[in-house]
Design a protein around this ligand. Structure first.
Ligand SMILES: [Cu+2]
Length: 188
C-alpha cells in the first residue's frame, strides 16, 4: 500500500467527520455554523487533489508545413508534440489523452512500420522511469488544428493521465525536419 493511498483514506474520514459536525451545527441553534461549513469545504477540496508524480520536460511542437499530414475527414492540418515524461511514483501511470485550445482534439500516437497510429490503451510511463516522445516514435498528436501553426507559437496543452493527474504544459512550435531526431532546446 502506498503512502498516498493512506493519506487519501485519512482525508476522506476527516471530511466525513467534518460534514457530520456541520449538519449538527445547522440543525442546532448554533451561530458558528458558517465556520464549520468553511472547514468542510476546504477538507473536501483537499480530498479531490491528486498526488503529483508526473513531470514533463523539453516540450516542443512541430510547426506545420507542406509535409504536415491533413485529416481525411476534416481537411484540417495535424501535427505532433514531443517531450520527455517522467513518473516519480511507485505505480505505472498511463498518458490517456489531453486537450489544446489550438486543436480540435488530441490523440496519443505511436509509429509502427513507418505509419503512425493511435495507441488504444494510451502510453505507459513506468514507475520511477520516463518515456521520450520524439519524431518517428511516440508523440502527442494535435488533431484538426484551428489554423496552420507558424514557428514560434506557444502551444498550450493539458495532458491527462490514468491517475487523475492533469498537467498543463506549453510546447512552443518550431521547424522540425521529418527525419529529425534532435529537437530539444540544445539543438536549436
Ligand atoms: Cu501522429
Amino acid at each position: 500500500m502506498s503512502i498516498s493511498r493512506i493519506s487519501y483514506r485519512s482525508l476522506a474520514i476527516g471530511a466525513v467527520a467534518i460534514t457530520a459536525a456541520s449538519v449538527m451545527a445547522l440543525t442546532g441553534c448554533s451561530s458558528s455554523s458558517s465556520s464549520s461549513t468553511d472547514a468542510g469545504a476546504s477538507a473536501a477540496a483537499s480530498a479531490e487533489q491528486v498526488a503529483s508524480v508526473i513531470t514533463v520536460t523539453d516540450p516542443v511542437t512541430r510547426s506545420t508545413d507542406d509535409m504536415s499530414p491533413v485529416s481525411e475527414s476534416s481537411g484540417k492540418l495535424m501535427t505532433g508534440s514531443f517531450m520527455t515524461i517522467a513518473n516519480t511514483g511507485a505505480d505505472d501511470v498511463t498518458l490517456t489523452g489531453g486537450s489544446s485550445s489550438l486543436a480540435g482534439s488530441i490523440e496519443i500516437h505511436e509509429v509502427v512500420d513507418g505509419m503512425m497510429q493511435p495507441m488504444a490503451g494510451g502510453l505507459v510511463v513506468p514507475a520511477g522511469g520516463s518515456v521520450k516522445l520524439k519524431m518517428g516514435g511516440y508523440h502527442v498528436m494535435l488533431m484538426d488544428l484551428e489554423a496552420p501553426l507558424a514557428s514560434g507559437t506557444d502551444v498550450p496543452i493539458t495532458l491527462e493521465f490514468s491517475n487523475g493527474e492533469k498537467v498543463d504544459i506549453v510546447a512552443p512550435s518550431r521547424e522540425i525536419a521529418m527525419d529529425d531526431e534532435q529537437y530539444g532546446p540544445d539543438s536549436m
